[in-house]
Write a protein that binds this ligand. Structure first.
Ligand code: KMT
Ligand code: NI
Length: 178
């Protein structure tokens, strides 16, 4: 199961866990209600993994690439980390599979509170189009991740506020009970 929690509001280093005391855990079911899904895979065999193949086939994730985020491997490391940590949304799903290392994804819940999701090797997560989110390294400063996409990737991020976009309105509607 994923480890996720509501973060505190201290402005110490974003790489720290920012847990509240006592910890305020968020369950996998809570995340599913926000449209977030998680798969646990064996990252040691990602190149030949039939489970990954099945997920890709079922969801149409035809595109993939691999990004290694570390000071020495990613050009403009500091700038990119700042960009990743800007609260934003996309017009498409964001799908990330941690192949090595670790990191955090922060997502807004329906009351606009930040949830931090701990992502370690083997975690694949899908964030729905229109959800506000951000990404940060943790204290280990190293992540290798597969980025998946349906068709040609569109990396464009809409920084908050993006509340007047159709995708944001559609996402908010999807959270309401029928
Ligand atoms: C994003 O959209 O913020 C990212 O792609 C972060 C790096 S991928 C783990
Ligand atoms: Ni994003």
């Amino acid at each position: 199961a994923l480890d996720a929690w509501y973060i505190d509001d201290s402005d110490e280093d974003q790489r720290m866990p920012h847990r509240q005391n006592p910890n305020q855990p968020v369950s996998c079911e809570d995340l599913q209600k926000l449209g977030i899904f998680h798969f646990k895979l064996n990252a040691d065999i990602y190149e030949t993994d039939p489970e990954l193949e099945k997920i890709r086939k079922d969801h149409g994730y035809s595109y993939s690439d691999i990004i290694t985020i570390a000071k020495d491997t990613l050009p403009n490391y500091e700038d990119k980390l700042k960009m990743f940590f800007q609260e934003h949304l996309h017009l498409d799903e964001e799908i990330r599979y941690i192949l090595d290392g670790r990191a955090y994804f922060d997502v807004r819940d329906k009351d606009d509170r930040w949830i931090r999701i701990s992502m370690v090797k083997g975690d694949l997560i899908t964030l729905p189009a229109g959800i506000y989110h951000r990404f940060t390294m943790d204290e280990t400063n190293y992540t290798k991740a597969m980025r998946l996409f349906v068709g040609e990737p569109v990396w464009k991020a809409y920084n908050r506020p993006a509340d007047d976009t159709d995708i944001r309105q559609q996402y908010l509607s999807s959270l309401e009970c029928a």
